[in-house]
Design a protein. Structure first.
Length: 248
């Protein structure tokens, strides 16, 4: 198919019946994928659990608290371990953590299932809380000091983002699941929505037809013009990114 300089490559054009027939074939695979996801979730619910020290200290806006306190009285805690670069400006903070955290908004449905969601930042509370405010996030936010990270992320790479699920039984806390890297994609809907579109995520690793648009070679998937993409609306709204002020 010839493509003009002003047009991107695109699928071939067919009649409605042909389109629907091919979509019906794909739908069978989508349904199988959904059922396999349900089966994996069922297996996840049957994993054993390991006890974690419920008194592990965290830092909140009210000062020193514990991991148990982070449950906010609920039965389950989902904790996202936000990477942090101490002393660095907003533009140099983790673009992936920023992308996913920016997509977590309404928590009431989780609360209806007795689940608390919280961010555990791997950096100083005051500095990271200024970043939370700069980004306009209204999420439970804690700092996990280095000695706590050694307990909470034992056997894992401290400084890498993690999503960890905990269960509270009385005053005891148990870890029931953890994941990292692409395993944290359930936090956001952007990739899921892009996957439904003809050009997908527009990243080089994807299996796309020749000529499909992709981000430039070497371009970071989460950054543009030297900073996390999700920061741009905050700058346009007049917020200062020096992590010391609210608005410039």
């Amino acid at each position: 198919m010839k493509v003009s300089k002003k047009e991107l490559a695109a699928p071939k054009i067919v009649d409605r019946a042909t389109f629907q027939a091919l979509l019906d074939v794909l739908r069978l695979r989508e349904k199988a994928h959904t059922r396999e996801g349900d089966a994996i979730a069922a297996a996840r619910r049957r994993l054993p659990m390991v006890e974690v020290d419920a008194a592990t200290p965290l830092i909140s806006q009210h000062g020193r608290v514990t991991l148990l306190d982070a449950f906010a009285g609920r039965r389950i805690l989902i904790a996202y371990y936000f990477m942090w670069h101490t002393g660095h400006p907003a533009a140099e903070q983790c673009e992936g953590c920023s992308l996913y955290t920016a997509q977590v908004r309404e928590l009431s449905f989780l609360h209806s299932r007795n689940v608390t969601y919280a961010v555990l930042c791997q950096g100083p509370y005051e500095e990271s809380a200024r970043y939370r405010d700069f980004m306009g996030w209204d999420l439970p936010w804690y700092s996990a000091p280095p000695e706590s990270l050694d307990v909470l992320l034992v056997g894992r790479q401290v400084g890498l983002f993690h999503l960890v699920c905990y269960l509270r039984q009385g005053d005891k806390v148990f870890e029931t699941y953890w994941t990292t890297r692409r395993g944290v994609e359930p936090l956001g809907n952007s990739y899921g929505l892009l996957d439904l579109t003809v050009y997908g995520r527009q990243e080089a690793w994807e299996d796309s037809p020749a000529g499909w648009p992709q981000r430039p070679q070497g371009a970071h998937p989460y950054r543009d013009d030297g900073r996390p993409i999700v920061q741009w609306p905050r700058l346009k709204a007049g917020y200062s990114d020096d992590l010391k002020m609210g608005r410039s």
